[in-house]
Ligand binder design. Structure first.
Ligand code: ADP
Length: 305
């Protein structure tokens, strides 16, 4: 079960980004399904997991675009809420050098608060794995973590100031290097410091160990081309390095979401954390070989690198 965001991504390709006050000509516009929740649900479903999505879209023309990938992947959308107003939209400009500038308008995603989430207490209680991210209101995330009967996979992306108890329910907490520092700041300061840890150069291994020491049941830290680190009590708290296969990276958009979806699917299948991470790094690497987020994700049976 994924509780999270669904967006329509409006992607404009330009030679250079417009400076403030400037207008530039774009090459083309693509309207693609996105949002971290939807991306992760699609990644898991494409790999064969049975996935239900709890989220919201608006009653506008972008709702179809936001949910097209979910429908194609066979995600259960019975619980999708349609609210008056706009669907979440990300306006992305991609310059010739590959750099992105992004404006995100949460739209309907802002309505996925505790009231909407509590309506799905039945499924939250029985789902093997509940996957959460930081793109819906914090109270919605907190309600989902509280009502989850199974394993909670918490991807603190973007870093928002959730109640630290949510991170102590995460098994695993999945973060990239930047988010790991934010999560640690949150835990070590008791929930107010989003600035991250400030005590000099902390290695990724040390950040993982400190997240565990701060009470997170298990931690997976993703490190781009370097793969991931995993730590848990049943791994004797050794920080296990899981290297990513070497691939030609075309577009890293949504690679982290491919990783999280694959990890959740593997955990739901009964794999251990390290084995699940070994699959997830390969799925993440598959995703960077193709353009876009959801369109670049593998289906069950595709050859992984
Ligand atoms: P995020 O996009 O959330 O910052 P990462 O950059 O850590 O996440 O990437 C997530 C996963 O995607 C990595 O653990 C790895 O498996 C895969 N990945 C990302 N970039 C590359 C790359 N250049 N080569 C191979 N795999 C990659």
């Amino acid at each position: 079960m994924v509780v999270g965001s669904a967006n329509a991504d409006l992607l404009a390709r330009t030679a250079v980004h417009p400076a403030p006050g400037e207008t530039v000509l774009g090459r083309d516009l693509a309207v693609l399904p996105g949002g971290k929740g939807a991306n992760q649900a699609v990644a898991a479903a494409r790999l064969g997991a049975r996935v239900a999505f709890v989220g919201a879209v608006g009653d506008d023309e972008f709702a179809d675009a936001a949910t097209s990938g979910l429908r194609e992947a066979g995600v259960d959308l019975e619980r999708l809420v349609v609210v008056p107003g706009g669907t979440g939209v990300a306006v992305v400009t991609v310059a010739a050098d590959g750099e992105n500038s992004i404006v995100v308008i949460p739209g309907a995603n802002a309505s996925v608060g505790p009231d909407v989430v509590r309506r799905h207490a039945d499924l939250l209680a029985t789902a093997d794995v509940v996957v959460l991210q930081g793109e819906i209101p914090r109270a919605g995330i907190e309600a989902a973590a509280q009502l989850a009967g199974g394993r909670v996979v918490m991807n603190l992306a973007p870093v928002i100031d959730v109640e630290p108890g949510v991170l102590r329910r995460a098994d695993p907490l999945v973060v990239n290097e930047h988010e790991a520092h934010g999560a640690l700041g949150l835990l070590e300061s008791g929930g107010v410091n989003l600035g991250g840890v400030t005590d000099g150069d902390v290695t990724d291994d040390a950040v993982v160990a400190r997240l565990r020491a701060a009470g997170v049941p298990s931690v997976v830290l993703t490190r781009g081309a370097h793969g991931a680190l995993a730590a848990a009590a049943d791994l004797d708290d050794e920080v296990v390095a899981v290297p990513a296969p070497h691939v030609e990276a075309v577009d890293t958009t949504g690679a982290g979401d491919a990783f999280v979806g694959a990890l959740a699917a593997e955990l739901a299948r009964g794999s251990g954390l390290v084995d699940a991470a070994r699959v997830a790094v390969r799925v993440g690497a598959f995703a960077v070989r193709g353009p876009g987020a959801q369109p670049s994700y593998p289906w069950a049976g595709d050859d992984l690198p």
